[in-house]
Design a protein around this ligand. Structure first.
Ligand SMILES: [Zn+2]
Length: 376
């Protein structure tokens, strides 16, 4: 009976142990699944951003095209307007010519009328007198002929003047037709221009909307990238098999102990905004040795955004140290390093104003003051 109880107890313990291991694995797998989802979302957003940029380019192209068309129309409008005012002037000139022609005709008529009137008022006396003054028949005939010639010339001149007037009248009419044609063309073009303006306005609105969407996508992407980093940290923390050996770490910059910028909130030297300084900056000349503050496993060795060339070491128990802005990295991801081992050479890569070591300590992904672990 006792033996049975012990066996049952052992089996139960083994089962509990399996469950713990199982739940641990499930936890990490869940995190990995979550990370995968977030990464996919980021990829989707990045492709949406590309798509959005393409659309923006198309819309910008369309706006440029409309702009060119509007400008072309404006030039044409200007030329037609010039034409209209030129035609108006020509009509004005034709009107003046017409008035003058009418006056010439009426003057000529007046002369003719008065000549006739004089002759009529004097009855045939004057006329006869002229004729009777003739010295002989031949003279009489020549005088008659002269009078006839004068009348004929006057009438011909009058006829000519009337023809001239009719020509001017016709020209004026055709100019007026031309003017009204030009004005109707002008109105058509003005309508077209208005339509183009409306289209351009719509395109501008589409462009603004796209830009707003783009900004929203970027904000969302930033959030997701942050989330992905947190999940990554979580996975690292859970996967970290070894326990942190504890105790003080060694100073990561042998021979150089000047802290040029402490941990905590400060005005960022490049971004000029108040930001958490996530580690300490140590002044070291270019190319000097950087060492592992504690033994552990290299979990990152390479470029990481503003950090430049970075080494990250997992020391177990959720403790990770980070060494940023290196000029050269001497270790590889997955490599085990010992406390005090040279891991890189000081540099100024990434967002940096000059050679220095930016040293971080993270507890379960949370930034803590490295001076809790190291002493200069
Ligand atoms: Zn720093």
């Amino acid at each position: 009976m006792r033996k049975n109880k012990i066996i049952t107890l052992i089996i139960s313990l083994i089962m509990v142990l399996f469950m713990i291991i199982e739940s641990f694995a499930v936890g990490v797998n869940n995190d990995k699944k979550k990370l995968n989802e977030v990464t996919n979302k980021i990829k989707k957003i990045q492709s949406d951003k590309k798509e959005n940029k393409k659309k923006q380019e198309t819309v910008r192209e369309e706006i440029r095209r409309l702009e060119n068309e509007i400008q072309k129309l404006e030039r044409e409008l200007q030329s037609i307007e010039n034409n209209v005012s030129k035609t108006k002037k020509e009509i004005e000139t034709a009107k003046n010519d017409l008035t003058r022609a009418e006056k010439d005709i009426s003057d000529k008529k007046d002369i003719l009328d008065s000549r006739l009137r004089v002759m009529y008022e004097n009855g045939n006396v004057g006329y006869l007198e002229v004729l009777l003054d003739s010295e002989n028949f031949a003279d009489l005939m020549s005088r008659l002929d002269m009078i006839k010639k004068i009348f004929k010339k006057d009438i011909e001149l009058l006829k000519y003047l009337k023809q001239q007037r009719d020509l001017i009248e016709a020209k004026k009419k055709s100019l007026e037709v031309h003017k009204s044609e030009l004005i109707s063309l002008l109105n058509q073009m003005k309508n077209k221009k208005e339509k183009l303006r409306v289209s351009r306005g719509e395109m501008e609105r589409v462009k603004k909307k796209l830009m707003k969407d783009y900004a929203a996508l970027e904000a969302e992407e930033d959030e997701l990238v942050k989330l992905a980093r947190r999940i990554e940290e979580e996975i690292r923390r859970k996967q970290s098999s070894a326990k942190y050996v504890g105790g003080k770490m060694t100073w990561p910059a042998p021979g150089y102990h000047r802290i040029t910028s402490p941990f905590g909130y400060r005005i960022h030297p490049i971004l000029k905004t108040k930001k958490l300084h996530t580690g300490i900056d140590i002044g070291i000349p270019l190319g000097k040795n950087i060492v592992a503050a504690q033994s552990g496993k290299v979990i990152h060795a390479g470029w990481l955004g503003g950090y430049g060339k970075v080494v990250m070491i997992d020391h177990g128990g959720g403790i990770v140290t980070l060494y940023a802005h290196n000029s050269r990295i001497l270790v590889k991801e997955g490599q085990n390093v010992s406390r005090g081992q040279v891991i890189s050479k000081c540099g100024s890569t990434g967002m940096s104003t000059g050679p220095h070591l930016h040293f971080e300590v993270r507890e379960n992904g949370k930034f803590v003051d490295p001076l809790k672990y190291v002493r200069p």
